[in-house]
Design a protein around this ligand. Structure first.
Ligand code: FES
Length: 196
């Protein structure tokens, strides 16, 4: 039987059925695509890291992971904060006002932080990416000038003060980077900007 011989009512029915089936198929195919466009809970969770500050003592540093990178959270003492304004320290810094370095606007100050007590910083040397060590104490032979405490990268000998500002004479060109972060309460910190 040729197509021409099909009853016109039956042909209309067949055309309508094919259209409905096609539309439903396109709808089902679009669901995973649309889902893939909205940020999943996993992506949102990876975008930020929440830190419990209640167990961090004064002078202590903890390391957390954020977006695959180590981040230090340091609770600085008053003595540590005093070193950041000491001319013996500021006179040895490449970028004391963090003009060239990477940090959110709220951290473009001598403390490089929202709250002077808390330093939050990506723990990666700006020379070739080693992880420096933490030396909160004054003295020591880490630097030819006065050493008032800070971070020292053993790979090629870069020194940083207690705000992650790089010392003159270091191969590292910039201060260590500060990520975006917010305090959610007195004892909780969130690193990174929420997605969505
Ligand atoms: S990687 Fe830190 S001084 Fe070279």
């Amino acid at each position: 039987m040729s197509t021409d011989s099909v009853n016109p009512n039956r042909r209309r029915f067949l055309n309508w059925t094919a259209g409905v089936v096609g539309a439903v198929g396109v709808g089902y195919a679009a669901v995973p695509f649309i889902r893939s466009m909205s940020p999943s809970a996993a992506v949102m969770a990876e975008a930020t890291t929440t830190v419990d500050l209640s167990k961090v003592d004064k002078g202590q540093r903890i390391t957390v992971m954020w977006q695959g990178k180590p981040v230090w959270v340091v609770r600085r003492t008053d003595e540590m904060l005093e070193t950041l304004e000491d001319p013996e320290v500021t006179g040895q810094l490449k970028d004391p006002d963090s003009q060239q370095s990477e940090q959110p606007e709220f951290a473009a100050n001598e403390f490089r932080s929202r709250e002077p007590e808390w330093l939050v910083m990506i723990a990666i040397c700006t020379h070739l990416g080693c992880i420096p060590s933490y030396h909160p104490e004054s003295g020591g032979n880490f630097w030819s000038g006065a050493w008032k405490g800070g971070f020292f990268c053993p790979c090629h000998g870069s020194g940083y003060d207690l705000a992650g500002r790089v010392m003159e004479g270091s191969p590292a060109p910039l201060n260590m980077a500060v990520p975006y972060y917010e305090f959610l309460s007195d004892s909780e910190l969130r690193i990174g900007e929420p997605v969505g």
